[in-house]
Design a protein around this ligand. Structure first.
Ligand SMILES: NC(=O)c1ccc[n+]([C@@H]2O[C@H](COP(=O)([O-])OP(=O)(O)OC[C@H]3O[C@@H](n4cnc5c(N)ncnc54)[C@H](O)[C@@H]3O)[C@@H](O)[C@H]2O)c1
Length: 251
């Protein structure tokens, strides 16, 4: 996949950073987008030691103006995009009856609304450019099966799965493929508190592979779906969870 242009959102940390590294290792030009200026510059510096092109954009995906200008910048500087990875996301643990409207809106806005809006703007431009593009959305096992204290997060990820299918159906005619990846428990800063606390309570007890996944294992799935190896795959959600959902009926 040499010379392809890839934009990864939420790339300053965790899975997004791992995805950026994977594409760079395969010779792609990668744009890292994140709202966290400090982490983003640290990550960009770290990844710049590779020989490939790394650009970074500071953007809060909840801000329409910043989102629009990020895409303008991308087209002005790289001439377009071949791959968009909608990875930025956040999770907050709150009981259903206590979820304030503000966190409901925040999580739906970043995880779902921004995925819709960024994909819409990018897809329009890919169509104009007649690019055979690929969009990969980062969902979650929580978008397929529910859990306590994450009603907003779970809903946002379930929305991503159906958004992925809906986009895939409409964009296939333009040779743009759209897929999602649904990770299980992955070793990243997201939900770190729970991972540390629950590790004692055997967080991965019901995961047949009995360990957290790595960002590289998720990045490999994203790379596969974006690549020509997946040329007849669109509208699918690839579960990368060590068998966790396969084991949902276990007690
Ligand atoms: N880590 C897991 O166990 C796990 C499991 C399933 C799904 N996921 C999903 O993977 C994706 C990445 O998660 P992670 O674990 O790497 O999290 P992370 O917290 O390490 O990284 C998320 C990144 O998104 C950025 N971000 C958040 N809000 C943003 C906004 N408004 N605008 C721009 N950037 C923003 C953050 O600054 C951060 O750098 C998320 O969509 C998450 O829901 C993670």
């Amino acid at each position: 996949m040499g010379n392809i242009r890839v934009l990864v959102t939420g790339a300053a940390s965790g899975i997004g950073k791992g995805i950026a590294e994977k594409f760079l290792s395969q010779g792609a030009k990668v744009i890292l987008l994140d709202k966290d200026e400090l982490k983003l510059s640290e990550t960009a510096k770290e990844l710049e030691s590779s020989t490939e092109v790394v650009e970074s954009i500071i953007c809060d995906l909840r801000n329409e103006k910043e989102l629009q200008s990020s895409i303008d910048w991308t087209w002005n500087n790289l001439g377009g995009l071949d791959v968009l990875v909608n990875n930025a996301g956040l999770a907050i643990r709150e009981s259903f009856v206590d979820i304030p409207l503000s966190t409901w809106d925040q999580i739906i806005d970043v995880n779902l609304r921004a995925t819709f809006r960024l994909s819409q703007i990018v897809a329009k431009r890919m169509i104009e450019d007649k690019v055979s593009g690929s969009i990969v959305n980062i969902s979650s096992k929580n978008g397929i099966s529910g859990s306590s204290k994450l009603a907003h997060y779970n809903t946002s990820k379930a929305g991503i799965n159906l958004l992925t299918q809906s986009m895939a159906v409409e964009l296939a005619t333009y040779n743009i493929r759209v897929n999602a990846v649904a990770p299980g428990f992955i070793d990243t800063p997201l939900d770190r508190e729970l991972k540390q606390k629950e590790n004692n309570l055997k967080l991965t007890e019901k995961t047949p592979m009995n360990r957290l996944g790595t960002v590289q294992e998720v990045a490999n799935g994203v790379y596969f779906l974006a690549s020509h190896q997946a040329s007849y795959i669109t509208g699918t959600t690839l579960i990368i969870d060590g068998g966790h959902l396969a084991n949902a009926s276990e007690f």
